[in-house]
Write a protein of this length. Structure first.
Length: 709
């Protein structure tokens, strides 16, 4: 194997029930150009990915520079390989200079080496200006940059996956001329795939591939001579016909006609030549062993400070050059908390409430206590149109009084949604109410009926209905106390004989204060998962992940660089949330701000771990979004913010408690309202649950990253 840069022996690969290749073999001699030809979808890219260790094989052997790859294609000599994938696989937020220096640092080159090599490649390939962003370059310009990256570290093996597709013919010829110079002068081995078959006439050897099988492997000149034709297209056509004839002969079913035959019956070039009257059998030659320029080395170690520096630099530039993303990450916590404080827990205003006052059909404008509560010489109170006085107690921002003449009209408007309810006052309310107060249990039964105010509420909106009910009761209690004061009667007569005392809060505290801990924790979790749920998906789809790994970066380094960078961003977002909640919006608190910040931050990191896990599992952006929101929304429903978990079924209550945010919310609330310290057992429970989930998500992410290799 020492004379070969690449040797593939009887490799088998399936995707589900589909055979990608079954028993394929090929040999790339050192210091030669090997053209791997075939139509799109025949398996060329998958074969190269297997050689590079990005796709696992089920059987067979792959050798690189005389060294057999280990299980799962481990042991790739990254320092010897230059790879240009079919897609651009470059970071669009980078300039041309950033791109070259990023990969140079990954290859552990010094700044001087990178600069010298960059200058040479810039002139050779006529690259765009150094400070031009890749996203502002044309497709052809980006391909030239991608080619420069593959050549940057002077590899011994250059693998180019359709590098000339869509390029100008002159640029295509220039690339081929340069490849020939590399092979002749630097003895570089080149594998180039293309579906433009004729452009490989100058290759030293070509492999013609169809339906996952290598139909022939020989020099273009020998193939043209053997088949008595002037074009490789005609050679490929003859070989394709031979393969089809072989399939019809050896496979009975029509459904299996286009499947690759078993390894033992593979229609190799030699088989086709013997079966269809070829004059001789062309067998690949093997050159003598050559000396290696470099000592073979295995894959890079899992951690290298230079690569980590390059990855952090990449993440930072991608971050600060995405202005829209920065504005979102900075403004979202501030706006979300402002929206929350000003929309949740506040009292509704201008609710249309119908008033059917049968006692007084005229205006109550001039009524006051002196005209409605009359005290005679025996110090007895007499009420006159006291409903007018009651109407004054309904002057509240919550209530918009709408007068009606009849109950039927008001009821109709409630049914049609024009009113949230209406108040009905009987025609002799003052007299009956006076008798109820003066005589108590001695009053007539009719006085109890006519001496009460009837309220009809639309409870289709339960929150509005309950809040209006509480407001009306509160207003009437105040009205009744004032009536007794003006009648010189003790208010103890109407006071509720049940006194409630409040700890860690008060009765008038808005719902906003109760919900604030949940909103902060959930917001941190959401921001963390949102930031990381797309990272791996985007890098995989853009080809950046594979290209970086092939260049020598480990999956651990990529994952760790993203997590540490996003964790630094999370520090700023949690500071924003705490400052906004307690210092700008003035939410009261009793505990230590540092402890609350710690809970908030760990919840954010847990969200990051969750998003990263989803990014490792999912293959598309839409799948990652579904994973993120699909887990976040149910957790929001049962974490105790919308409704107490004590009101849930026992099974759901257990699920709610073990989810990441529930205990964190309770810990945050206990610190904020009760002043508990960090070392309180319940507070530590909330932090511990999050740390446990971070560990679980991390393990799942690592497992899925390896599984989806």
């Amino acid at each position: 194997m020492a004379s070969y840069a690449v040797s593939v022996k009887n490799v088998v690969k399936h995707y589900g029930n589909h055979v990608v290749f079954n028993g394929i073999s090929m040999n790339v001699e050192r210091g030669t150009i090997y053209g791997l030809l075939g139509a799109s979808g025949c398996g060329k890219t998958t074969l190269l990915s297997s050689i590079l260790g990005r796709k696992t094989i089920e059987a067979g052997e792959i050798w690189l520079f005389g060294r057999k790859l280990g299980k799962n294609q481990s042991g790739i000599p990254c320092s010897k390989i230059g790879y240009m994938p079919q897609e651009i696989a470059l970071i669009q937020e980078f300039t041309i200079r950033d791109t070259i220096y990023y990969f140079g640092r990954i290859y552990n080159m010094t700044y001087k080496e990178i600069k010298e090599r960059f200058e040479a490649l810039h002139a050779l390939l006529e690259l765009p200006p150094k400070e031009r962003f890749l996203k502002h370059c044309s497709g052809g310009q980006q391909r030239r940059v991608s080619f420069a990256v593959a050549l940057l570290h002077k590899p011994e093996l250059l693998i180019l996956d359709e590098p000339t597709v869509g390029l100008d013919p002159l640029l295509r010829e220039r690339i081929w001329n340069y490849l020939r110079d590399l092979v002749q002068i630097d003895k570089v081995s080149v594998i180039i795939t293309t579906h433009y078959i004729e452009e490989c006439k100058d290759a030293d050897k070509i492999g013609l591939m169809r339906n996952g099988k290598l139909l022939a492997e020989e020099s273009p000149a020998k193939l043209l001579t053997h088949y008595h034709t002037d074009t490789l297209e005609e050679v490929f056509l003859e070989l394709s016909k031979a393969q089809e004839e072989y399939n019809r002969t050896h496979i009975d079913t029509d459904a299996a006609k286009y499947e690759s035959p078993p390894v033992s019956a593979a229609p190799s070039f030699e088989t086709c030549a013997e079966d269809y009257g070829s004059r001789d059998v062309i067998v690949p030659t093997t050159k003598g062993k050559g000396k290696e320029k470099k000592k073979d080395v295995g894959s890079s170690s899992n951690f290298n400070i230079h690569r980590m520096h390059a990855l952090f630099n990449k993440n930072w530039k991608q971050f600060y050059r995405n202005i829209g993303g920065i504005l979102f990450l900075i403004s979202f916590p501030i706006l979300q908390l402002w929206f929350f404080v000003n929309s949740v827990g506040t009292n509704p205003i201008n609710l249309n409430v119908g008033i059917v006052n049968k006692e007084n059909s005229t205006s109550c404008r001039d009524s006051n206590w002196n005209t409605t509560v009359l005290v005679d010489k025996f110090d007895e109170c007499h009420f006159k149109h006291i409903s007018c006085q009651w109407m004054g107690y309904l002057d509240d921002p919550m209530i918009n009084k709408v007068p009606y003449d009849t109950v039927a009209e008001a009821m109709q408007d409630v049914k049609h949604g024009k009113l949230v309810g209406f108040i009905h006052i009987p025609h002799n309310f003052s007299g009956a109410y006076e008798e109820r107060i003066r005589l108590g249990q001695g009053a007539e039964k009719s006085s109890y009926n006519f001496g009460e105010i009837k309220v009809y509420l639309d409870m289709s909106n339960r929150q509005i209905g309950i809040m209006l009910q509480q407001k009306l009761i509160e207003r009437f209690v105040q009205f009744q106390e004032d009536v007794l004061i003006h009648c010189n009667i003790s208010t103890k007569l109407v006071e509720f004989p049940f006194k409630i005392h409040f700890y860690n809060g008060h009765n008038d505290e808005p719902m906003t204060v109760f919900m604030a801990p949940g909103i902060v924790v959930l917001l941190s979790f959401l921001l963390g998962s949102t930031m990381t749920s797309q990272i791996l998906v985007k890098e995989r789809l853009d080809g950046i992940w594979d290209r970086s790994v092939i260049a020598g970066v480990s999956s651990l380094e990529i994952t760790l660089s993203h997590l540490l960078f996003q964790a630094a961003v999370m520090i700023i977002q949690c500071v924003e949330s705490i400052l906004m909640l307690f210092f700008i919006l003035q939410i009261s608190y009793a505990g230590n701000i540092g402890t609350m910040y710690l809970i908030c931050y760990i919840s954010g990191v847990c969200g990051m771990a969750y998003g990263f896990c989803g990014s490792a599992i999912c293959r598309t952006h839409s799948e990652a979004n579904i994973f993120c929101t699909g887990g976040y929304l149910p957790m929001t429903m049962i974490c105790g913010v919308i409704w107490p978990i004590e009101g849930m079924p026992p099974v759901l209550r257990i699920i709610a408690v073990i989810l990441p945010c529930t205990k964190s919310i309770q810990s945050f609330r206990n610190v904020m309202k009760k002043g508990w310290s960090l070392w309180n057992t319940d507070v530590l429970d909330g932090i511990g649950v999050n740390l446990l989930w971070i560990f679980v998500f991390a393990i799942m992410s690592i497992w899925f990253i390896k599984r989806n290799k």
